[in-house]
Design a protein around this ligand. Structure first.
Ligand code: E1S
Ligand code: ZN
Ligand code: ZN
Length: 465
């Protein structure tokens, strides 16, 4: 154990009256050390600069406590040790917020802001509204309140500047740096500067002022960048739904780790980024793509190559611009190198990472579904027979890809064609000689020739957990 870390950890433990026996204390110290190293990058190179903070271990413990919804004490108390002792999947909690080094925070909950200098790209009303909504994102989930003032020195002074603006952090024209914010503190502390050379918008076009403002306000409140790709505090700009905007859970965990929970009686929660080793993981749609397996879930996809133990996570919209979130079914026709993805009564055709023009189209004409079919739960293609199976509720349909028509005598009961599967399925794909059916957190490996279930697995069995 690095001596400095050992010492810091010992201090963190010693300041807490648990446990009394020295041997247990040493064991627990090792447990906390190992746990934080493994899951919270305690010793990692990139975190080195932060270690000069005397209570670095305490901060790491706080992160872990916030993540597990424990009381955030920064001390290895009994409940914290209990969670650390639980068997864990060997993958770090990638859903990870971070607080600014040195833990600067506002030592009051009533915070003021002032819009000092406007942009020429938007009306004042659009700027006012975007900024107001961005503050609401954080006041909704914390004890903080934000009051606008029109004169004098506010805690958070907001301006649009171009190029050098005398704070040693010049902007460099369009793209790159969009904005910056100073951590909580006096004078320039808490202030937010937007790059006047960006085109600011109130829609999906680059760059949405509300989203960038909400991110910068996070910094102005003491949050640093998160490693959670789905978080607002992720370092890279992406567009996400703003009508309504739902603050991701990782950001809620972050702000509450600093300021505590909101005073509102309803405990607001937010969307969570799927974690590959979450035993409760469920999927919307799964398909193969040129030898890889793609798992769709909300606005995310997880990508697994059978020969590579790593699982990549991306936004669906990053790989296929124009595809919506919440895809319900998908299949690959490997003979034609085509992928069909379905949501509601519409579908898109993909070729590799291109969405073909002219889509989405309705499922009725192409596939011959009756209008009573409003959505498809799951689909797979069998390259041996050239047939695609569609699952809708308790029934399934069979489509002849060569004749481009639905086979007669369908739909049939899933329970008859696929004994052991019976119920509605979330997702399905064919891989080698088996068909894998997903229902909630369960997965059934089904032998397509023998028409029987071979094994019952967890839904995330493909992810080496
Ligand atoms: C992007 N980053 C930006 O301008 C550093 N490139 C200052 C900073 O050096 O605030 O990070 C740079 C700012 C930004 C990043 C992410 C704005 C979003 C995350 C998730 S939007 C839905 C969203 C985001 C917005 C400076
Ligand atoms: Zn600046
Ligand atoms: Zn940032």
């Amino acid at each position: 154990m690095t001596s400095i870390l050992g010492l810091l950890l010992f201090q963190a433990m010693a300041s807490y009256a648990f446990p009394s026996n020295l041997e247990t204390k040493e064991k627990n110290q090792q447990l906390v050390q190992n746990y934080l190293e493994k899951f919270y990058k305690l010793n990692s190179f990139e975190e080195l600069p932060k270690r000069k903070s005397a209570n670095f271990i305490g901060e790491k413990i706080k992160e872990m406590q916030a993540f597990f919804h424990l009381k955030v004490t920064g001390k290895p108390d009994a409940k914290t040790l209990k969670v650390m002792k639980q068997a864990r999947c060997g993958v770090p909690d990638v859903a990870r917020f971070a607080v600014t080094t040195g833990n600067p925070k506002w030592d009051k909950t009533e915070i003021t802001y002032r819009i000092q200098k406007y942009t020429t790209h938007l009306s004042k009303a659009d700027v006012d509204m975007s900024i107001k909504k961005a503050f609401q994102v954080w006041s909704n989930v914390s004890p903080l309140t934000f009051t606008r003032v029109w004169e004098g020195e506010a805690d958070i002074m907001i301006s649009f500047f171009s190029g050098d603006h005398n704070d040693n952090s010049p902007f460099y024209g369009p793209d790159g740096v969009l904005a910056h914010a100073f951590p909580p503190g006096k004078l320039i502390g808490g202030d937010i500067h937007f790059d006047e050379d960006e085109t600011w918008t109130v829609n999906h076009l680059n760059y949405n002022l509300f989203l960038v403002a909400a991110h910068e306000i996070g910094h102005a409140l003491g949050l640093a960048h998160s490693q959670d790709i789905g978080a607002l505090m992720y370092p890279v700009y992406s567009y996400m739904d703003i009508n309504p905007f739902k603050l991701p859970q990782d950001d809620i965990n972050g702000i509450q780790a600093i300021y505590g929970p909101s005073n509102s009686p309803t405990h607001p929660t937010g969307p969570e980024t799927p974690r590959q080793c979450d035993p409760m993981l469920k999927f919307d749609a799964i398909f193969t793509l040129r030898g890889e397996i793609i798992f769709f879930k909300d606005r995310f996809l997880m990508r697994k190559h059978p020969s590579n133990p790593e699982v990549d996570i991306h936004f669906i919209s990053t790989l296929w611009a124009g595809l919506p979130s919440g895809i319900e079914a998908a299949y690959e026709n490997s003979d034609r190198d085509e992928v069909f993805v379905f949501k509601g009564n519409r579908y898109w055709l993909l070729k590799g990472f291109d969405v073909m023009p002219g889509y989405p189209k309705e499922i009725y004409k192409t596939f011959g579904f009756p209008k009573t079919v409003k959505r498809i739960d799951a689909a797979f293609y069998d390259e041996i027979t050239g047939k695609t199976y569609f699952f809708v509720g308790q029934k399934y349909w069979r489509y002849n890809e060569n004749k481009q028509s639905m086979d007669t005598d369908f739909p049939k009961q899933i329970a008859l064609g696929f004994p052991g599967i019976g119920k509605k399925v979330d997702a399905v794909f064919k891989y080698q000689d088996s068909v894998y059916f997903f229902q909630g957190t369960r997965q059934y490996e089904f032998d397509f020739d023998k028409k029987r279930v071979l094994t019952l697995l967890r839904s995330n069995s493909w992810f080496n957990c």
